[in-house]
Design a protein around this ligand. Sequence first.
Ligand code: ZN
Length: 236
Amino acid sequence: MSELLFRDDAYLKNCTANVTAVGERGIQFDRTVFYPNGGGQPGDIGHILRADGTTIQIINTVKGGGPDEVWHVLADDAAHPALGEQVQLQLDWDRRYTHMRYHTALHLLCAVVAAPVTGGQVAQDKARLDFAVEMDALNKEAIETGLNAFVDAGHTVDQRWITDAELDAQPELIKTMSVSPPRGAGEVRLIEVAGTDLQPCGGTHVRNTAEIGRLVVQKIKSEGKQNKRVIIAFAA
Ligand SMILES: [Zn+2]
């Protein structure tokens, strides 16, 4: 179990940490700034800085089976730090920040398109959500205008925790059918884009929608009878 520092401060770029496990899947630390792949947001990459000044690349970050269990994946031929060793963990911040901007943009897309979400993915150059909706309910210009109005408004993005029981009493908060909310120790993390969107989410977000920058709808396409995909990207 690791202390997940990105949960309370997504802007932390590095931290001191101690190795608590060395296994087949990678390395575990007592604390980390690395976000593990999940909820449509890719796992972070970066490196471990050892006391002797050498570095070890982290090529992915994934979840383990237990609560707050995070594995930092190394290349097959990489040196391994020792159990108990104290190191610095340093994020590839530019890549992560892009994920934060796109991930937050997907919350806005959720608010613009009033339909159940069936899937989603963030990448370096685009992001998408799939909706259970008819094709003619999706208008490229209207979605773009809606997204950019939220960006231009500079809404704050905050988090708070509610109990599982409180969430169960408000099932309308759950908008994503394909991803169950991140529950842990009886509490669920809610992300609120002021006046725009409120839903359980375990990802990393920017503090203000203005940080996302202007967006374009790259493509709207059918992914079968139920699912329609909306792909967005940063405006050039
Ligand atoms: Zn989110």
